[in-house]
Design a protein around this ligand. Structure first.
Ligand code: ADP
Ligand code: ZN
Length: 564
């Protein structure tokens, strides 16, 4: 089975660690690498950001000869080459714009090299392990393909990788004529394995892709039939991918064998997170689900399995708490913010009851606030508590212990003195080990968003003066269309000034604002703050979504009186 320990698993991991510094495979990476090393044709569908590059770069480094990667975007190619060279792997690119002389030089290097993994040859040139090309190079240049054929004849063409492989199909949304011509690959290179990668490949497109590329029908990777194409897919999470992947990476890196809890906002979230973590870890992290709809018998079974370690992580709503008699919970993660600091403190407190070190991590994003706010509705006291939770999450300066102490002493549910057992009462010293005590000051970026805030406020004012109602989704469109500046460009820049929450934005991982806000109507300054944070986060942070090393100061100098 390619997904489990296979003959290549060990060496792959050693190389992955030494070249890229990565300890664990994600999603179906291990399977793809093993099947590729086994000489199979492979189709791999994995979400953007899932780690497709590694699935061909690793086998490329470990194979004799060069791997040809067909990729449509020059900017992506340049990025990849930079990244590879930083890791000490020699990679080059050949496009329509590459001068003849340079192509010649590259091919002579490709033919000359006989050395093993990454070693320098006599002239000080490293062996080229990866050669990136654009599809038109294959489609239009006979010289190029015949050079590749020669390379294949002498056994130095390790495999051919087709990135964004769904572009071969006219049934998909991204058809490119040059990709269609990749059908000649199998004919020209009957014995060179093909790896097709995509982030989006519905069944129809998959069938079309197999047909166009002349790949054999998909077979189960476990069967004795070694001629069929092996197909790997990882669930295409949109909303939570970064989060779930970040949590999975965190658990594997810091608590691979420890028990933990992940608190989630809703029943649906617990299910999605549990499934997501098992998928993202290749089933290494076993997760169970606990919420009020789980039957007593199921709860009992979960407790038993959790205690024995058979289930490593319980994904739970706050219903999970009473009756936890496990003292060696080593980590509590919050997938969403709690409704209050009291709740957050209590839930986090379920870790480390045996007195040994434990970690509590809050995965925070602005959108939690509007989800929670909707749950709490108009309750003033609830809104206040939520606001305090929000401030805690956004405060990247003060020691967490001191923040807790101040909160609890003012709400008088816990005396300040109970926090100060090590120092004189009244003044607390920083704990020295929370995120804020250990954060390097350079990692905090502050951005003045006065202008954006004003744009948002102006739009709200104008719309409400005419008796209209405006949702966060509409506002996001308006601001992006009207304002230019910070929000223009990227995926949202195309639409111009229409108060329309289009469905197309739902397709984008990075600008799922309608979903984030859930169509909520903006009413007060706090909402505006949250909105600005959401816009900025979703637009600028993409990759760093889960990171706390970013802070946004919102200065709304005046204006709320213009709101209803
Ligand atoms: P894709 O091509 O699928 O969109 P990438 O190959 O660009 O995604 O990978 C996204 C990011 O994830 C990269 O920064 C990469 O270094 C990182 N990454 C890939 N595999 C792993 C892994 N197994 N563990 C940790 N990080 C990984
Ligand atoms: Zn601290």
């Amino acid at each position: 089975n390619y997904m489990d320990e296979f003959e290549w698993s060990g060496p792959l991991k050693v190389t992955m660690k030494s070249v890229f510094g990565i300890d664990n495979f994600r999603l179906c990476q291990e399977g793809v690498c093993n099947a590729s090393m086994d000489g199979r044709d492979v189709v791999c569908v994995m979400p953007t950001g899932g780690g497709k590059s590694l699935t061909y770069q690793l086998p490329a480094i470990m194979s004799r000869g060069c791997t040809v990667v067909i990729s449509p975007l020059l900017s992506l190619i340049t990025d990849q080459i930079l990244h590879l060279r930083q890791a000490g792997v020699e990679a080059v690119m050949l496009t329509g714009a590459t001068p003849k002389e340079e192509s010649k030089a590259i091919f002579s290097r490709l033919f000359a090299s006989t050395r093993a993994i990454g070693s320098a040859d006599g002239r000080g040139d490293k062996e080229i392990k990866l050669c990136y090309v654009t599809p038109e190079k294959i489609a239009k240049s006979k010289t190029f393909t015949s050079m590749l054929e020669k390379l294949a004849t002498v056994g130095k063409l390790a495999r051919i990788v087709i990135d964004e492989a769904h572009c071969v199909s006219q049934l998909g949304h991204d058809f490119r004529p040059d990709y269609k011509k990749l059908s000649i690959l199998r004919q020209l290179f009957p014995h060179v394995p093909i790896l097709a990668l995509s982030a989006t490949c519905p069944p129809k497109v998959l069938q079309d892709l197999l047909l166009t590329l002349r790949l054999k029908a998909v077979v189960d990777g476990n069967t004795a039939d070694k001629t069929g194409t092996v197909y790997f897919t990882a669930p295409l999470y949109r909303k939570n991918l970064h989060y779930i992947q970040a949590m999975t990476d965190y658990i594997l890196e810091h608590h691979a064998y420890d028990s933990g809890i992940i608190y989630c906002l809703s029943k649906k979230d617990t299910e999605a997170v549990a499934q997501g973590i098992m998928d993202a870890s290749g089933n290494k992290v076993k997760a169970g689900v606990y919420h009020s709809d789980v039957t007593d018998a199921q709860k009992e079974r979960l407790h038993v399995k959790w205690r024995s370690g058979e289930v490593q992580v319980v994904c739970a709503t706050i219903a999970f708490g009473l009756g936890i008699d496990k003292s060696n919970v080593r980590f509590v993660l919050h997938h969403s913010m709690s409704k209050s600091l009291d709740g957050f403190y209590q839930e986090s407190g379920r870790a480390g009851r045996d007195g040994n070190d434990a970690d509590c991590v809050l995965y925070y994003r602005g959108q939690d606030a509007s989800r929670l706010s909707a749950l709490i509705c108009g309750e003033i006291e609830g809104q206040d508590k939520l606001h305090q939770m929000l401030q805690f999450a956004q405060n990247l300066i003060d020691c967490r212990k001191i923040q807790f102490a101040n909160y609890f002493s003012s709400s008088s549910s816990l005396a300040l003195s109970s926090w100060s057992d090590t120092t004189a009462a009244g003044t607390l010293s920083r704990c020295g080990h929370c995120d804020n005590c250990t954060r390097s000051p350079d990692s905090i970026t502050t951005r003045d968003v006065t202008l954006e805030s004003w744009q948002i406020l102006r739009v709200i004012e104008r719309v409400s003066r005419h008796g209209g109602r405006v949702t966060v989704g509409m506002l996001a469109d308006l601001v992006r269309g009207a304002g230019g500046g910070a929000f223009a460009g990227g995926t949202g820049g195309k639409r111009k000034g229409k108060a329309k929450a289009t469905a197309s934005s739902k397709e984008k991982v990075d600008l799922d604002l309608n979903d984030i806000a859930g169509g909520k109507i903006i009413m007060n300054k706090a909402d505006v703050e949250v909105l600005i944070i959401q816009l900025l986060l979703s637009h600028h942070l993409k990759e760093e979504f889960h990171s706390t090393a970013y802070s946004i100061n919102v200065y709304v100098t005046s204006g709320p009186q213009a709101l209803r």
